[in-house]
Design a protein around this ligand. Structure first.
Ligand code: SF4
Length: 254
């Protein structure tokens, strides 16, 4: 197991045991007991949902929060609800997932060069975590950023966008969040953080069913992300090549 994989595993164990937000703890556990009729045979997860994906990922995806009968039931990000149906098909089409479907933790899904996290890890009532709850949860995302050191971040919706920029502001990597306006298809370079931030509208059922978000819109942004990551790999390889050459020349001069 790689160092990143071990660190992420330890972090995820911590996340799963978290009870910092009383309102969310009460809600996630109550939903898990009451259940939706269609899932009455399921044993709901009912705990915080940890991050999921490739520990070596260049791309970090930041969602909002688990769905009450989706991730809060299955225990894996975006797994088991309509948002996930849309998102994983898009990730599969763009080459970031090995299959287009996500129904349970043991369905064989693997992400390739991507890792999914969220602004809040517990299912909130009405899909709306409070600002104080997002703040309580922010440290987990910060640690994921430190472990993964992603080159690109894809924010699924304005809250993920704002939370990520809030972390950068807190760390002094940007002076303020103003000037980084969220929009679907927005892209900003963050040279101090050595990353590029991409934005898309959240793949919620409300957005996808009303046509505010379409597969074509996601495909376009994910193509940009992929192009950016490929360029970054080429630049890194060139940089490493030059560095090796310089070191070899330096050794030759001695
Ligand atoms: S939302 Fe985050 S901080 Fe709050 S209880 Fe869940 S895991 Fe803990």
């Amino acid at each position: 197991m790689s160092r990143q994989a071990k660190l992420l595993q330890l972090l995820n164990e911590e996340i799963v045991a978290c009870r910092k937000c009383p309102r969310l703890v009460e809600y996630r556990e109550r939903v898990a007991l009451e259940k939706r009729l269609a899932y009455r045979d399921w044993t709901y997860w009912g705990k915080p949902v940890p991050g999921f994906g490739d520990p070596q990922a260049q791309l970090l995806i930041v969602g909002l929060a688990p769905g009450a009968h989706g991730s809060n039931r299955t225990g894996r990000m975006f797994t088991g609800d309509r948002s996930g149906v849309f998102l994983f098909q898009a990730l599969y089409d763009a080459g970031f997932a090995n299959q287009p479907t996500a129904v349970s933790c043991d369905d064989g899904l693997r992400l390739k060069n991507a890792y999914i996290a969220a602004a809040a890890r517990c299912a909130p009532p009405d899909n709306k975590p409070l600002p104080s709850e997002i703040l309580n949860c922010r440290g987990y995302l910060e640690r994921e950023i430190d472990i993964l050191r992603p080159t690109a971040v894809l924010a699924l919706g304005k809250i993920g966008w704002d939370v990520f920029l809030g972390i950068l502001k807190h760390r002094g990597a940007i002076p303020a969040r103003v000037g980084y306006r969220f929009a679907h298809g927005a892209e900003v370079d963050l040279p101090e953080a050595r990353m590029r931030l991409f934005g898309v509208y959240h793949p919620s059922q409300q957005n996808t069913q009303t046509g505010l978000v379409t597969p074509g819109m996601y495909a376009k942004v994910l193509r940009s992300v992929r192009r950016f990551l490929e360029q970054d790999l080429i630049l890194n390889a060139e940089h490493t090549g030059k560095r090796k050459k310089t070191l070899a020349q330096g050794r030759g001069r001695r």
